[in-house]
Unconditional design. Sequence first.
Length: 246
Amino acid sequence: MPRAIHAIIGSDAEHFLQGLITTDIAGLDKGLLYAALLTPQGKYIADFFLLRHGGSVLVDVDAEIAPTLVQRLNMYKLRSDVRISESDVQVFRGTGPAPDGALADPRHPAMGWRLYGTRSGDDGTDWEAIRVAHCIPETGIELTPDSFVLEAGLDRLGGVDFRKGCYVGQEVTARMRHKTKLRKGLGTVSIDGDAAPGTPITSSDEKQAGTLCTRSGDRAIAYLRFDRAGPNMHAGDATVHYIRPE
């Protein structure tokens, strides 16, 4: 999907971000950082990558939601020494031998690397197959407005740090982790038959159990009610089996 790169410049840039994002800005010392911005109610607004570049912090975000993210960041600026502007830096990604200057995708080793410079696009990798194999959500598909990042598994992908200080939506996110067992969320399913993304999933006793999201071959990412997820579910005429994580 097309990406938009914005530069956050100013003496308060990293301190400003630290009070907003779901991960610890100190992670920039190690390279690329994966993070999200939430509403005060703990719901998803955007997920993105951050990196230091030429005295600024670059934000690498899906182009479709970039205006929403920039608008929300500007809302929080107040009197901070922070300026947000579009950057001419582009991102190229791949899974083959990493070129000089490439940064490892922090979500999962299988997601390869991202190179920031003058080139955009990718090396032709089947990203959907990798995402499905490792249950990695995608902006605008599994990650949608009003979803919760723990249900999407961003904590498993390094996108949520429970040891950092306060950030927007932290209270709800921490409560979900410490006080409740997730009843809903993303999971991997196997599929026998034809069923397109968006098809509702019903349990073996015909109760609503979830929705198919991204499919690759005979497997898919699905949003599930875990108390109803199991073997012999159905999505249209297809048979669906929940693959429980080890």
